[in-house]
Design a protein around this ligand. Structure first.
Ligand code: PHE
Length: 458
């Protein structure tokens, strides 16, 4: 049931902190470096940034506008704005994507808790690259420890979400985000001053266009969607809590800028060290868990920096997991008429079941797989590279073609009280450019046209 005084963000800073908190997360610090590493570095970064600017910002703005216009959750928004139509399928897919994402995301979030714990005990000291690798593998193959941390992480997430928007999500993200920014800058500076760091920066910033193929382009699109938290209704949900006098366009820009900055800084913090220590940039999901402890050992005050870094990695993850859980909780409580408390317990509990299987598939139970991808890989791939771009495609089609242009303009311009520059560009993008671009990248990545060579979907 929708009450008259719906919970919402109390301040402008709160909106930015919460939305940037959702965007900035493991996607930036854990996923971006390893996906960039696997896809050739500089050329990938270039395609990624292009997608962020051209597709990311307009999709994000559309989501925020749909949310605020409807004052509903990711599914309710479409029921309200397009009653009696099939558009609410977008919301259904968003809820499903939230399940998938949170399942594998809490696996990695659990790893961050273990590493926080290890850094408290100064356990990385004196370990070689090989030993750090063994530490990580042994932990991942342990039958219960990763599960324990994962469930603990889900519990923290649920406790904040249960408290609501103003007293939960906003309060915590406002506190945690500034600290995160500060630390990532410090780490970036330290990494580039390591001897031998130049090769890492070259890898990250010098595009080698021969590395671009259909799969790389699809991965860049998927990473852009994943990192900005777009395509599944997280920002429809947050948009519904934003006051009518906030500037949605500025919000979308600030959040995108912060997110991209943190991703690039994470790359700057990690690749120089990767090259300086002779680690493979293609080493996949374990990259940061092996590389960063190496850097810390080399630093004066490394114990302190490792500790702070893992605290902040936990925080970055947490401000994102709450936004994903909120998608489901807002849906369950509003559409299924349940108290926030019950909705939180039900949502967190059911997602945890999938999450546990996901964690097991990464370690002790590799038999949970299809083809050569385990459950973790499948959920990650399906959500980031398929569900989010597809969701984004449908969202821009909805905003650009189904919604009345005046209504959309009314929402973005705060009832024409704001002067909106470039509205024509926004409109052109959501009607033509973004749908065509997403569809092309998508179909090409799935191997339909064979542009840039074969996509690798094995
Ligand atoms: N953007 C988050 C990150 O980069 C992940 C996320 C995806 C959060 C989708 C919400 C919705 O870590």
């Amino acid at each position: 049931m929708i009450q008259g005084n719906r919970d919402g963000f109390g301040s402008r800073l709160g909106v930015i902190a919460a939305a940037a908190g959702s965007a900035v997360g493991l996607g930036n610090i854990w996923r971006f470096p390893y996906v960039t590493g696997e896809n050739g570095g500089g050329a990938f970064l270039l395609v990624y940034v292009l997608f962020i600017l051209v597709i990311g910002v307009p999709v994000m703005l559309s989501e925020l506008a749909l949310g605020r216009r409807s004052q509903r959750n990711a599914l309710g928004a479409f029921k309200k704005l397009a009653p009696g139509t099939w558009w609410h399928i977008i919301g259904m897919m968003g809820i499903a994507a939230a399940f998938f994402i949170l399942a594998f995301y809490t696996t990695v979030s659990g790893w961050t808790l273990e590493y926080l714990f290890l850094s408290i005990g100064n356990s990385f000291e004196g370990q070689s690259k090989e030993e750090l690798n063994v530490t990580f593998e042994e932990f991942r193959n342990n039958g219960y420890l990763p599960l324990l941390w994962q469930l603990m992480f889900m519990l923290f997430t649920a406790l904040i979400v249960y408290k609501g928007i103003k007293n939960g999500i906003e309060k915590y993200t406002k506190l945690l985000m500034p600290a995160l920014l500060l630390i990532i800058i410090v780490l970036g500076i330290r990494a580039v001053t390591l001897p031998g760091s130049g090769a890492g920066l070259t890898f990250l910033f010098q595009p080698d266009f021969s590395k671009i193929n259909a799969d790389v382009v699809l991965q860049a699109l998927g990473q852009a969607f994943f990192s900005l938290s777009i395509g599944m209704g997280a920002l429809i949900t947050y948009g519904s809590y934003i006051k009518s006098n906030e500037d949605l366009g500025k919000t979308a820009f600030s959040v995108t800028l912060t997110d991209t900055l943190v991703a690039v800084l994470a790359g700057v913090a990690i690749f120089p060290a990767v090259f300086a220590f002779g680690i493979e940039p293609q080493s996949g999901p374990s990259l940061v868990f092996i590389t960063l402890p190496m850097i810390f050992q080399e630093m004066t005050g490394g114990y302190f920096f490792a500790l702070i870094f893992f605290v902040l990695l936990v925080i970055a993850a947490l401000t994102s997991t709450i936004s994903v859980l909120e998608v489901v909780v807002a849906y369950v409580s509003e559409e299924l008429n349940m108290s926030r408390r019950k909705a939180t317990i039900l949502s967190a509990g059911s997602i945890s079941v999938l999450g546990i299987l996901c964690t097991l598939s990464q370690g002790p139970m590799p038999e949970i797989h299809i083809g050569n991808r385990n459950l973790f890989d499948i959920l990650e791939f399906a959500s980031a590279n398929i569900m989010l771009p597809l969701g984004g495609l449908l969202i821009v089609l909805f905003a650009g073609w189904y919604m009345k242009r005046e209504d959309l303009y009314d929402e973005i311009s705060n009832k024409e009280t704001l002067k909106i520059h470039l509205i024509w560009a926004y409109y052109f993008i959501i009607r033509f450019l973004a749908p065509v671009a997403i569809a092309l990248v998508f179909l090409n990545g799935l191997g339909f046209f064979g542009m840039f060579g074969e996509g690798d979907f094995s």
